[in-house]
Design a protein around this ligand. Structure first.
Ligand code: IPM
Ligand code: MG
Length: 374
C-alpha cells in the first residue's frame, strides 16, 4: 500500500490515560517512519480532565474533532472523586457514553488471547487457559446503559430496550468475524428471564442460516460467567448485549494475565474508536508503571481498520517480542525486574523501527535507539 495520511483524534483522558496514549503514539510514529505514512495527532479533552477544564465531560470541540478524524485513540476516563459521589450530576463516564452514541459506535470488539509466555501470570490453571483465544462482540449503544433512567418517590429504575435492527447489525459483524476465525458463535443472554434477551435469540436465529458455516450456540449469562473460567477454550466469537459484555470482558481479562493487555475497537457507521479495555487506574497515575500494551494493541487494531495489515502485524510481533523478552511492567513482572511504561513502549517502537535486536538492549539504549522518533 502507498503512503497513507491519517488524522487521529487523541482523547487521552484521565489517570494513566495520557501515559499509555503516549506510548501508543510513539509506536504509531515508528510505523509511520518505517512505512512512510503520515499520521497527525489531534489531542482533545474528554472525561474528568474535560470537566475540570470546561465543566463538560465531552466538550463540543472534542466531538467536532472526532467527527473530523479518521480514527480516535482513547486512553481511559474516570476519577475517584466522582466514583465516590453518587449524587454527582456531571460524571466523566457520561462523556464516553455520549461519544459512543453520537458516533454510532454500536459494536465494541474485544479480543482476548492467552499468550503462551504469560500463562503462568494468570491465577487460573495453565492447562485450562493455554491456547484460549476469543473475541467479544459487545453491543455498545443500546440496552440498559442507554434506556430511560430515573428516580421514583422511593426507588429508581433503568430501562433496558433493544430493537431488532440494533441486534441484527452487530450480529452480522459477529457472524462475519466468526467466519474468518474458527466458525463458532456463542450468544450470551438471559433469555430464561429477560424479554430483550428473547428478542436477541430470535434475531440471531433468523440470521444464522445466512452463515451456514458458523455453528451457533446459546448460553445464559450466569452459566457463561462460569464457563469462561472453567473452559475458556470452548469460545471463539462471543456476541452479547451491552452490560453483559462489559462484565464478561473484564472477567475474561484474567485469562490473558492482565487487564493491561486487552485492546478494543468500537466501530459503527462512521469514524471508529480504539481504546484499552482497562480504566483510568488512578492509583498509578504519573508513576510510569501502567502497562501500555493494551493501548498499543488498540493502535494495532486501528492500523488493521485502516487496511494496513502488514503494519498491524509488525506491531503485534513487536508486542510478542517484548512479552517474550520479559520487557514488562510490574503487573506482569516482579517489581525488581519490571520496566517502566515508557521503556516498554520504547522497546516496542524500537522493534517496529529496526526489527529484532540481537542482544537485549540495556535500558538506557532502549531510549537511545529511539532518538530518531522522539
Ligand atoms: C468499558 C467501561 C465503560 C463501560 C465505563 C467507563 C462507562 O467500563 O468501556 O468497559 O461500562 O462501558
Ligand atoms: Mg468495562
Amino acid at each position: 500500500m502507498g503512503v497513507l495520511k491519517k488524522r487521529i483524534a487523541v482523547l487521552s483522558g484521565d489517570g494513566i490515560g495520557p501515559e499509555v496514549c503516549n506510548e501508543a503514539i510513539k509506536v504509531l510514529e515508528a510505523v509511520a517512519e518505517r512505512f512512510g505514512h503520515q499520521f497527525t495527532f489531534d489531542a482533545q479533552l474528554m472525561g474528568a480532565c474535560a470537566i475540570d477544564a470546561t465543566g463538560k465531560p465531552l466538550p463540543e470541540e472534542t466531538l467536532d474533532a472526532c467527527f473530523d478524524a479518521d480514527a480516535i485513540l482513547l486512553g481511559a476516563i474516570g476519577d475517584p472523586k466522582y466514583d465516590n459521589d453518587p449524587s454527582a450530576k456531571v460524571r466523566p463516564e457520561q462523556g464516553l457514553l455520549r461519544l459512543r452514541k453520537s458516533l454510532g459506535l454500536y459494536a465494541n470488539i474485544r479480543p482476548v488471547t492467552a499468550y503462551d509466555v504469560l500463562v503462568e501470570h494468570s491465577p487460573l490453571k495453565n492447562d485450562r487457559i493455554k491456547g484460549a483465544d476469543m473475541m467479544f462482540f459487545r453491543e455498545l449503544t443500546g440496552g440498559i446503559y442507554f434506556g430511560d433512567k430515573g428516580r421514583t418517590a422511593d426507588g429508581a429504575y433503568d430501562h433496558c430496550t433493544y430493537s431488532r435492527d440494533e441486534i441484527a447489525r452487530i450480529a452480522h459483524l459477529a457472524f462475519q468475524a466468526a467466519g474468518n476465525r474458527r466458525n463458532k458463535l456463542t450468544l450470551v443472554d438471559k433469555a430464561n428471564v429477560l424479554e430483550t434477551s428473547r428478542l436477541w435469540r430470535e434475531v440471531v436465529q433468523e440470521i444464522a442460516p445466512t452463515y451456514p458455516d458458523v455453528a451457533v450456540d446459546y448460553l445464559f449469562v450466569d452459566n457463561a460467567a462460569m464457563q469462561l473460567i472453567l473452559n475458556p477454550k470452548q469460545f471463539d466469537v462471543i456476541l452479547t448485549e451491552n452490560m453483559f459484555g462489559d462484565i464478561l470482558s473484564d472477567e475474561a481479562s484474567v485469562i490473558a494475565g492482565s487487564l493491561g493487555l486487552l485492546p478494543s475497537a468500537s466501530v459503527g457507521d462512521r469514524v471508529a474508536l480504539f481504546e484499552p479495555i482497562h480504566g483510568s487506574y488512578p492509583q498509578a497515575k504519573g508513576r510510569n508503571i501502567a502497562n501500555p500494551i493494551a493501548t498499543i494493541l488498540s493502535a494495532a487494531m486501528m492500523l488493521e481498520h485502516f487496511g494496513l495489515q502488514d503494519e498491524a502485524g509488525l506491531v503485534k510481533e513487536a508486542v510478542l517480542n517484548a512479552l517474550d523478552k520479559k520487557i514488562l511492567t510490574p503487573d506482569l513482572n516482579a517489581a525488581t525486574m519490571a520496566y517502566t511504561t515508557d521503556q516498554v513502549g520504547s522497546f516496542i517502537a524500537y522493534y517496529v523501527l529496526e526489527g529484532a535486536t540481537e542482544t537485549l538492549p540495556h535500558r538506557s539504549n532502549i531510549e537511545l535507539g529511539l532518538s530518531t522518533i522522539i
